[in-house]
Structures are given as structure tokens and as C-alpha cells.
Design a protein around this ligand. Structure first.
Ligand SMILES: [Zn+2]
Length: 144
């Protein structure tokens, strides 16, 4: 489990700190709401650093979740591998400027105390398919 669940993201980035951990899926309330099962673990690595002169957090997440196929209604295993580079804006104005310059940039506001588990949960939620479906060929639905 985690030694600590919050970090000061700017300090974390400047010191090139890293945290790795394994967290039971059941710890993520919002995520589990959308899953067939809360069994399983989320493995992650959070690494501080710099990119293009900006402090960043690099987040890597590996997990397998059970979703329900919207076509055949059977549960299936969905493997997640997420790798994100999240630039840290020092304030709202900087965040707004970065987003204006690059709407696809995934910047975070560097709050003094960042909840690592909430960040992981957000990234997993963002990566889940809107309409879960078996891969072609694996689906037992009519007409598959
Ligand atoms: Zn299916």
C-alpha cells in the first residue's frame, strides 16, 4: 500500500521523486460504480520530472477491470495501460494560458496537496470506453 496518499506536486517534480504502489480496485469508489466487479488491483508509478521546461508528473497505470459488453451483456476483462505526462501549472492564470496555447495539453493545477489516488482514479475513469464492447471476434452477441 501507499506510504502516503498526497504529495506536493511541484516539490515532487523538482526533486524527481517517485512513488510506486498497488491499490485494490475496491478503494476507488467512483470507479467501482461502473464496474462489474471490484476484484483486482491497480498498479501505478508516479514520477516527478521536467518536460519542455515545465515541471511534470509522469503517471503510469496498469490494471485489469471487468466491464459489461453493451452488445451481448456479458462481462469481459478490459486491460488498461495508461501513460500520461501531466505538466504542472503554478496557478490558474498559467493553466488558462497553457490550455489556450494547446487545448490538448493535459495540465494540472499544482495544488499544495495533491491526492494521488484521486488522480489515478480520474485518469482511469477518463480512459474507460464510453460504450464497453468485446473486441471483434470475442463477442458472443447476435450477429458477431
Ligand atoms: Zn460482447
Amino acid at each position: 500500500m501507499l506510504a502516503r496518499s498526497t504529495v506536493d506536486p511541484l516539490r515532487f517534480a523538482h526533486a524527481s521523486e517517485s512513488i510506486t504502489g498497488k491499490v485494490p480496485l475496491a478503494k476507488f469508489d467512483r470507479l467501482v460504480d461502473g464496474l462489474v466487479s471490484d476484484q483486482g488491483k491497480v498498479q501505478f508509478r508516479l514520477q516527478g520530472g521536467a518536460d519542455s521546461g515545465r515541471p511534470v508528473l509522469r503517471l503510469q497505470i496498469d490494471a485489469a477491470v471487468t466491464l459489461r459488453c453493451q452488445y451481448c451483456l456479458e462481462p469481459y476483462r478490459h486491460e488498461l495501460r495508461i501513460e500520461r505526462v501531466l505538466p504542472l501549472a503554478r496557478n490558474e492564470a498559467e493553466l488558462a494560458r497553457w490550455e489556450r496555447d494547446d487545448p490538448l495539453l493535459d495540465a494540472l493545477l499544482a495544488v499544495p496537496s495533491l491526492d494521488v489516488l484521486a488522480l489515478i482514479e480520474d485518469e482511469i475513469l477518463l480512459s474507460l470506453p464510453v460504450a464497453p464492447r468485446h473486441l471483434d471476434g470475442d463477442c458472443g452477441g447476435v450477429g458477431a
